[in-house]
Design a protein around this ligand. Structure first.
Ligand code: SF4
Length: 107
């Protein structure tokens, strides 16, 4: 008994597999979250800076060179990503190069 697929059947199976893969990718992709707006009242309240390079260190005595969101205890997500979740801004992403007055160095 010969059990080979016809070319048409093989293409049909490939199309079905590709469709299933596309659905799987859509349902497992990380949700796209908005970036924290530095002008948002909560962000202003904690002096969030999207880029620590724009921070005037003289205005924030608790700031130490090298402090930034990427090495803060409140940051989540994956190291190396430019935008990551933060515990104090639920449902939004902060810049890995940002900083705010709630900063606490990750130990
Ligand atoms: S709590 Fe930390 S990670 Fe969150 S915005 Fe402030 S400095 Fe960045």
């Amino acid at each position: 008994m010969r059990s080979t697929l016809s070319r048409r059947e093989a293409l049909k199976h490939i199309a079905i597999a590709a469709g299933a893969l596309a659905v799987a990718r859509t349902t497992t992709a990380a949700p796209s979250l908005p970036h924290v707006n530095p002008k948002d009242p909560m962000a202003v309240g904690v002096s969030y800076h999207e880029n620590v390079a724009t921070l005037k260190a003289s205005e924030f005595p608790q700031y130490k060179p090298g402090d930034k969101c990427a090495n803060c205890a409140q940051i989540g997500g994956t190291a190396g990503q430019a935008w990551r979740p933060c515990n104090i801004f639920a449902g939004q992403l902060v810049s890995a190069n940002g900083w705010c007055s709630a900063y606490s160095r990750k130990t």
